[in-house]
Design a protein around this ligand. Sequence first.
Ligand SMILES: Cc1cc2nc3c(=O)[nH]c(=O)nc-3n(C[C@H](O)[C@H](O)[C@H](O)COP(=O)(O)OP(=O)(O)OC[C@H]3O[C@@H](n4cnc5c(N)ncnc54)[C@H](O)[C@@H]3O)c2cc1C
Length: 177
Amino acid sequence: LRGTFCGSLAHADPASEWCLAAVTLGADLELSSKNGTRRLQADAFLHGLMTTALAPDEIVVAAHVPLLPDSARTGFYEFSRRPGDFAVAMALAVIELRKGEITNARLGIGAVEGKPRRLEAVEAFIVGRKPDLALFEEAGRRAAAAVDPMADPVNPAEYRRTLACTVVTRALEKTLT
Ligand SMILES: Cc1cc2nc3c(=O)[nH]c(=O)nc-3n(C[C@H](O)[C@H](O)[C@H](O)COP(=O)(O)OP(=O)(O)OC[C@H]3O[C@@H](n4cnc5c(N)ncnc54)[C@H](O)[C@@H]3O)c2cc1C
């Protein structure tokens, strides 16, 4: 199965890994039509479930993803019912450390709500603290409390809320491995 990065963004599936990465990393998208080109942040581009800011005559021609500093540590964790299935919940974490403390954090959650988004309040909670499992578990609990999970016939909203806690905790843990 193959697809393109910009095609995934235009498709706007809430369970798309590329959409989560674009939002969490602050990708800047270039949209083009016969009338010209405009730029939009991924977060503003994605409106919700399979819905974007694209006008009918526009296509996504480029995605500019800012480089992370060398010191950045990343962690990604995804839960799906079977290997290869669409994610039921996933999280991407990027942290920077100085003198044993988190100085910068980006934390994105996907497949839980209609579109991926950063959890800014949880990011603010972990910045200035020492990274350890207790901190990451509390971050997971805060993430679960912050989301408004969608339900589908197989995965009730409260199940997704529980998974939000798990994927955020594990993505953060992976930043240290
Ligand atoms: C069995 C299966 C499993 C999948 N699992 C996953 C998964 O786990 N995670 C995941 O993220 N995705 C998954 N997908 C979705 C699939 O990977 C995406 O559709 C793909 O990433 C996008 O493919 P594409 O670039 O070929 O775009 P297409 O599939 O050709 O197009 C998708 C939509 O976007 C539009 N489009 C495409 N490119 C552009 C562009 N540049 N500008 C504007 N509009 C555009 C098309 O018109 C169409 O409406 C799965 C799909 C299948 C069939």
